[in-house]
Design a protein around this ligand. Structure first.
Ligand SMILES: Nc1ncnc2c1ncn2[C@@H]1O[C@H](COP(=O)(O)OP(=O)(O)OP(=O)(O)O)[C@@H](O)[C@H]1O
Length: 205
């Protein structure tokens, strides 16, 4: 269970988030849509613990995230909008870095994301779609119950889009929660709730 209450954030005089509140339950996919610059990425960074709100609270299964940094690490995987991978390292080294534990990624993760053939390749040698798939694998490496995804399929071809959407459905069927910022109608249609970010607040559509 994820509870978000009255999150506010400004950049200087620019009040970007004016009070964001919602709940999400296992199996939910919450889509956040909105115009460019409306604050979706700002909110997702706060949800992932990368950035701090000026006020408001986030709780994962009753644990207040602002009280303990480890709550974010335990409960969330985060896929940022831009490629978060280190291009000069191999796929395997990127995933190991993300896991924080070193060593080889689990066979389950390798199979799930079809990584076997590319494990030793440098990220710089991969296609954009494959980089996105590896970035999602990195976000999932510690098997988090909540996945925060910032435009996961933007710029992907229709085949990758379909595979990633199917994977997202499977993740939710396993009781995962997905919070996704998107401009993609199919991702909106897949979602259990769609909110629009307008003037710093979320409106149910
Ligand atoms: N680091 C920053 N410093 C100052 N202003 C920022 C910073 N990051 C974002 N902003 C501002 O906050 C507002 C929201 O930006 P944000 O990236 O969250 O929007 P978005 O909805 O994700 O946009 P897009 O759909 O284009 O990805 C914008 O006005 C942006 O200029």
């Amino acid at each position: 269970m994820l509870e978000v209450r009255d999150i506010q954030r400004s950049y200087g005089k620019n009040k970007v988030l004016k009070g964001i509140s919602f709940d999400a339950r296992p199996g939910d996919q919450i889509a956040i849509i909105g115009r460019n610059g409306s604050g979706k990425s700002t909110f997702l960074r706060i949800l992932a613990g990368i950035d701090k709100p000026a006020s408001g609270t986030i709780s994962f299964w009753g644990s207040r995230a602002d009280k303990h940094k480890s709550v974010f690490r335990q409960f969330t995987g985060y896929l940022p909008q831009d490629n978060p991978l280190l291009d000069e390292l191999s796929v395997q080294d990127n995933i190991s870095l993300w896991s924080g534990r070193g060593g080889r990624p689990s066979q389950e993760l390798i199979t799930e994301f079809s990584l076997d053939d590319i494990l030793k390749m440098k990220v710089s040698q991969l296609s954009g779609g494959m980089k996105r798939r590896v970035a999602i694998a990195c976000a999932c490496v510690s098997n988090p119950p909540v996945l925060i995804m910032d435009e996961p399929t933007a710029s992907l071809d229709i085949y990758f889009k379909k595979e990633i959407r199917t994977w997202m459905k499977t993740f939710r069927q396993g009781n995962g929660i997905i919070i996704v910022a998107t401009h993609d109608e199919l991702e909106m249609n897949d979602s259990t709730k769609v909110y629009s970010m307008e003037n710093g607040v979320l409106r149910h559509t």
